[in-house]
Design a protein around this ligand. Structure first.
Ligand code: NAD
Length: 296
């Protein structure tokens, strides 16, 4: 695989959820040392199991060798202690899509990371400029938005805050290339490019369900066979996480002040029910049986 960018040897990842464990995986496979944190050891353990399964799949497909897989696994250190980010050259935050939570994390991070470390967020929608303001280094702060599932998807959006300097941007472009991925640059406006287009489409699919225009199955079938999408929009929403989809719609609605971005009340209701998609076993589909079936 490729070699790490000079000066970036150890990468921290905050949050070991769907995105965090994928980000840890791709950095480790590309030769970086990785420190991955979460709130509880049980979440780290689950993330490590997911990484093991994904490395195993890559091995079976001959995408990596056994030696590369073992070396990658050995490069990842899990922790519940932020102090372990003390050696990181780059830290990527991948905790839940809640602005106050992310700001609290960055406030804690600046106390432990080296002075010249780059800080970045994997946020799907929140202003990079605003997140950077709680740090001591807005010029070394970036948005680096990976796609789900991280080991598979080729694109990474790069977002500069208003204060991000050119050296940081160029380093992050090189980092993305070192992972074997492609970068697309987006300006710092709500939800950037991919989610500005994708999530309102998902929200519209939920309205289509809410208004009884189609069933879960007919909506997904229509978009798969009629628009050639690899996944239907409701299936995709479950894959992303309905809480994340709702959070992105709220950022678009608040940030652009346009009623066309109002979140569908049915999406809100599913999130309130804790039906967040695949990660909780139920969303627009119920994943608890052998095959996913529409929840209602
Ligand atoms: P997730 O719910 O699977 O994981 C979030 C993890 O962060 C959880 O394990 C949680 O315990 C942990 N966490 C919360 N507070 C923490 C803290 N203070 N310190 C350490 N860990 C903490 O969510 P996800 O889908 O992985 O999303 C994470 C981020 O990535 C969000 O900002 C989301 O918008 C973004 N994102 C998601 C997708 C997607 O398809 N799901 C795609 C691109 C970007």
């Amino acid at each position: 695989m490729s070699t790490p960018v000079p000066g970036i040897e150890t990468v921290g990842v905050v949050g070991a959820g769907q995105m965090g464990n994928g980000i840890a995986h791709v950095f480790a496979v590309s030769g970086y040392n990785v420190v991955m944190s979460d709130l509880e050891q049980s979440r780290i353990d689950t993330a490590m199991e997911t990484i093991d399964g994904n490395l195993e799949r890559q091995l079976r497909k001959d995408l990596i060798t056994e030696a590369e897989s073992n070396a990658a696994r050995a490069r990842i250190k899990g922790t519940t202690d932020m102090a372990d980010f003390g050696n990181c050259d780059l830290v990527i935050e991948a905790a839940a899509e809640i602005e106050t939570l992310k700001k609290d994390i960055f406030k804690k991070l600046v106390e432990v990371v080296p002075e010249n470390a780059i800080l970045a967020s994997n946020t799907s929608s929140i202003s990079i400029t605003r997140l950077a303001t709680v740090t001591d280094r807005p010029e070394r702060f970036m948005g680096i938005h990976f796609m789900n599932p991280v080991p598979v998807m080729r694109l990474v959006e790069l977002i500069r805050g208003i204060a991000t300097d050119e050296a940081t941007y160029e380093t992050m472009r090189a980092v993305v290339a070192s992972l074997g991925k492609e970068a697309a640059s987006a300006e710092d406006f709500p939800a950037f490019i991919v989610n500005r287009v994708l999530v309102p489409m998902i929200n519209e699919a939920v309205y289509t369900l809410y208004e009884g225009v189609g069933t879960v199955e007919s909506i997904d079938k229509a978009m798969k066979l009629g628009a050639n999408h690899p996944m239907g929009p409701l299936e995709l929403a479950d894959f992303i996480g309905l809480d994340t989809c709702l959070a992105i719609m709220n950022v678009l609605h608040d940030g652009l002040a346009d009623t066309k971005y109002r979140p569908c009340p049915l999406l809100v209701k599913y999130v309130e029910a804790g039906w967040l998609g695949r990660k909780t076993g139920r969303g627009f589909y119920d994943y608890r049986g052998a095959e996913p079936v529409p929840t209602r």
